[in-house]
Ligand binder design. Sequence first.
Ligand SMILES: Nc1ncnc2c1ncn2[C@@H]1O[C@H](COP(=O)(O)OP(=O)(O)OP(=O)(O)O)[C@@H](O)[C@H]1O
Ligand SMILES: [Mg+2]
Length: 324
Amino acid sequence: MSNICIEAQNLKIQFPLKHKMFQERKYLKAVDGVSFAIEQGTTMGLVGESGCGKTTVGRALLRLYDIEEGGKILFDGTDISRLNDKQMRPYRKKMQMIFQDPYTSLDPRKTVGTIIREPLISLGLMEGKDAQDRVEELIDMVGLKRDHLNRYPHEFSGGQRQRIGIARALAANPEFIVCDEPISALDVSIQAQVINILEELQDKYSFTYLFISHDLSMVRHISHQVGVMYLGNLIEYAQVDELYENMLHPYTSCLMSAVPIADPEQNRRSHRIILQGDVPSPIDPPSGCPFRTRCSQCKEICKEKKPELKRINEKHMVACHLYD
Ligand SMILES: Nc1ncnc2c1ncn2[C@@H]1O[C@H](COP(=O)(O)OP(=O)(O)OP(=O)(O)O)[C@@H](O)[C@H]1O
Ligand SMILES: [Mg+2]
């Protein structure tokens, strides 16, 4: 019996673009055939430049988009890709999302208690005293005080607000949580606190996370495995230490070389690779390899054939013709 919590198989999400009459409708390929599996109780980090499709992957896993023909999402081994709203109901409570901006994701007119209680009521899980007990348990879990429950979101700091967002996401006792840049709006000193809470909760309740972030050192710290996306594609996917110590894809090397290094001596010795050119448009992606227009090692085959994500060893997969 495998203990895979959530799996994407050839996931494709495209958004139709506005078009003029008599013109062919065009599509933006936000996610273009992505596959990975996250084991129960582990964290998969997802990195890549802005617009490469990370949030779309996260939302697609929660079935907030229709999944294109041929793609699949398996949750605890069940294919949920084509379930309708009613059939999705039992799964909705098992999958939650924590957002980047705790300022806009909490309703300013409601008390914290009401905000955390809401999912319990709307999913029909609990009411009355049971719901109140659960809300108190949740506020304890994220390290806030019970008298905070009667206050409003604007009375809290950013870090506290993110704790409220986490408490709400946990209300229905989910198994899988998409954390979409959960710390990028927070002060550096607060970031570590929120990360610690996420890690403690994972240890205790065996949550499975998809952790989307631009902070590559935080991704290294929290993840068990990491996926690197470029223009809607997963181009490298490996266990965390393997990826950071032995990056294979030319794009991953560029992305990682942009991370500032605290030690000035090491910084001087490190080689920063500057990416040439702009990210191509996901409406008209290049033929062959999506990265080939900016790749210094581009070969003829890279223009003709899209490289598949291939296993290099037990811990590491890469989509690049250099490893054919
Ligand atoms: N609802 C939508 N309708 C049309 N296009 C969309 C929609 N959502 C996302 N896109 C487009 O899909 C692509 C992927 O977007 P996505 O938000 O997944 O990127 P991202 O990797 O999360 O970026 P960021 O790091 O900036 O959050 C982008 O080109 C974006 O403009
Ligand atoms: Mg995003």
